[in-house]
Design a protein around this ligand. Structure first.
Ligand code: ASP
Length: 609
């Protein structure tokens, strides 16, 4: 292979095949960098091998050639330290041109990349680039490590259909029309959810699959219409059992990429995540938000609340970004006026104190107390956030503590992004425990309020079970799907997410295995028996035939590989990805189809006017 030869091979005969990466023609001598998947070797054509030299004059970028020659040590002043084969070259005796190539729109060896559209259109050229070869190899290694690990734990890899019917993930389906039954459609699975549960009912006990899922979601940066999940399900698990399996295969996957991670991962409830980080996927590389009310006496809290017109019953959150304190007064005054923080819906009801110097002057004792409580470093940037107290403004007063924490959480992340160069917490250190901060978030709410539809929807999916203690709440609120104040919002699910560096890697849950409970959930979701039967009838029926307790999870493979490859986008680790508008630029899909095909399918296209 082109990456194999070393100084110790000097004197040996070699046969190399690959692409012409670069050609330098010095007249009597021609150098070619010959490239394959493993690397590059310099091959040399001298005039004394006239036939080969003559043919080499015709070679151009990306021609495919085979050479036979002798490995020779290079002179010490021409050794190339940048490549592993740099101490040798192959002096060619015979050249065979296996194929020529048009001048490619860009070259695999180019240091400046063309725009992404060009890369996607000519994906086969793009994939020849070394970083892409690295990413795809990483993907292979990671998938293999996961497969091996799960297989060793007794999981069977079992395939489930792609042409199926609507699954319960709640996104829009991709549909496939049936020719045999005109007017009927298959749906491509948003996940194998129902099938994997049915595999548990079928007695397989431990299932996994590295499987493509399809979701037709609106334009979302870095989302793929088809993506790959590591999907698994098992019978009789506790939450911990599922977590142990995931920690196991992630350990194997990270090891395949050269990182030894530590397990078990830390754990946090959804409520804690919201209180401390303002979101359900905390990035733990930066400090949590701190409610400083804990450090204050009632009198001190009263004084602050009055002075800053803040509500005492809301947290008073200290947001700290390490090593970012050295900013100008103007910059300080504009903290919190930019980024996602400002875009979170709802009136601006978060009150900020962004001037610690002034605070220290006005409240010296308090300031010291806060500094000690929050263990503030002298170089840290910090600010206080409270909820505005404006009795005259109903919209401001109508906000929830959760919404307040979420707003503050966005502000924390905004600041983290803005001052990334100062705190450096997002840079890799080589210390795995700092670079990869895993976390389990559990006890998610069972239902979430959908503002647009004005109703409660499942936060995960409707097959997720709830905490034993919350069954009474479900019974008491079973007919309140349209009441925003319903206690449905307080019911906790046995659902969990695995999070890495502020990104959700996967979600799962313990499932409902009893048909009567499943019925109740549909009822709470305002779904009539007929509706439930129409959507999930086969599944509900299966539940009636001795379904064992079961649970599982699914993790995004693309995202895991992206993180391990240090890539910036999912498209860098998917061989043939689609654009954000779900277009494949290489094959040019989707495309209109001909009248004949439409007719066969019984489909007429309505012209957009
Ligand atoms: N099917 C779920 C999803 O795709 C994962 C699970 O509950 O196992 O999000």
């Amino acid at each position: 292979m082109c990456g194999a030869l070393r100084a110790s091979d000097a004197g040996k005969k070699a046969v190399l095949m690959g692409w012409v990466n670069r050609r330098r023609d010095l007249g009597s001598i021609i150098f070619i960098d010959l490239r394959d998947r493993t690397g590059v070797t310099q091959v040399v054509f001298n005039r004394d091998t006239a036939a080969a030299h003559g043919k080499a004059e015709q070679l151009r970028n990306e021609y495919v050639i085979a050479v036979i020659g002798t490995v020779k040590l290079r002179d010490s002043n021409t050794v190339n330290k940048n490549v592993p084969t740099g101490e040798v070259e192959v002096v060619v005796e015979e050249l065979r041109v296996l194929n020529d190539s048009k001048q490619p729109p860009f070259l695999p060896g180019d240091t400046v990349l063309p725009n992404e559209e060009m890369r996607l259109k000519y994906r086969y050229i793009d994939l020849r680039r070394e970083p892409m070869q690295f990413n795809i190899e990483m993907r292979h290694k990671v998938s293999k490590a996961i497969r091996d690990d799960l297989s060793a734990r007794g999981f069977f890899e079992i395939e489930t259909p792609f042409m199926t019917r609507s699954t319960p993930e709640g996104a829009r389906d991709y549909l496939v029309p049936s020719r045999v039954q005109p007017g009927s459609f298959y749906a491509l699975p948003q996940s194998p959810q129902m099938f994997k549960q049915i595999l548990m009912i079928s007695g397989f006990e431990k299932y996994f699959q590295i499987v493509r899922c399809f979701r037709d979601e609106d334009f979302r940066a870095d989302c793929q219409a088809e993506f790959t999940q590591i999907d698994l399900e098992m019978t009789y698990p506790q939450v911990d059992t599922v977590w142990g399996v995931v920690e196991g295969f992630l350990t194997a996957a990270f090891k395949a990429a050269g990182h030894e991670i530590k397990t078990p991962f830390p754990r946090m409830s959804y409520d804690d995540a919201i209180r401390k980080y303002g979101n359900d996927k905390p990035d733990m590389r930066l400090p949590a938000m701190l409610d400083i009310r804990e450090a204050l006496t009632p009198e001190e809290l009263d004084e602050l609340a009055t002075k800053f017109r803040m509500r005492k019953e809301f947290p008073l959150l200290l947001i700290r970004i390490p090593h970012a304190g050295d900013i100008s007064g103007t910059e300080r005054r504009t903290l919190g006026t930019y980024g996602a923080y400002n875009h979170v819906q709802g009136p601006s009801f978060v009150q900020l104190m962004t001037d610690p110097k002034r605070f220290a002057k006005d409240y010296p004792a308090l300031s010291e107390k806060v500094a000690a409580f929050a263990k503030l470093g002298s170089e840290d940037l910090w600010l206080l956030a409270g909820a505005a107290n404006r009795p005259e403004n109903a919209a401001v007063m109508d906000q929830s503590v959760q919404h307040f924490c979420e707003k503050c959480g966005f502000l924390r992340l905004d600041l983290a992004q803005k001052y990334a160069a100062k705190h450096k917490a997002f840079e890799k250190t080589g210390d795995v425990s700092k670079d990869f901060r895993f976390l389990w978030v559990s006890d998610f709410p069972m239902f979430e309020w959908d503002k647009d539809e004005k109703r409660w929807n499942p936060a995960h999916h409707p097959f997720t079970t709830l905490h034993e203690e919350d069954f009474a709440k479900l019974d008491a609120n079973i007919d309140t799907v349209h009441d925003p104040k319903s206690q449905l919002g307080e019911i906790r699910a046995l659902a969990y997410d695995v999070v890495l560096n502020g990104t959700e890697l996967g979600s799962g849950s313990i499932r409902i295995h009893r048909q009567d409970v499943q019925k109740k959930i549909f009822q709470a979701l305002g779904m009539s028996d007929e509706e439930a039967r129409a959507r999930f009838g086969f599944f509900l029926e299966a539940l009636e035939y001795g379904t064992p307790p079961h649970g599982g999870i699914a993790l995004g493979l693309d995202r895991i590989v992206m993180i391990l490859a240090g890539a910036e986008s999912l498209r860098e680790v998917i061989p043939f990805p689609k654009t954000a508008r779900a277009v494949d630029l290489m094959v040019d899909a989707p495309t209109p189809v001909g009248e004949k095909q439409l007719k066969e399918l019984g489909i007429a296209i309505k012209k957009q006017t």
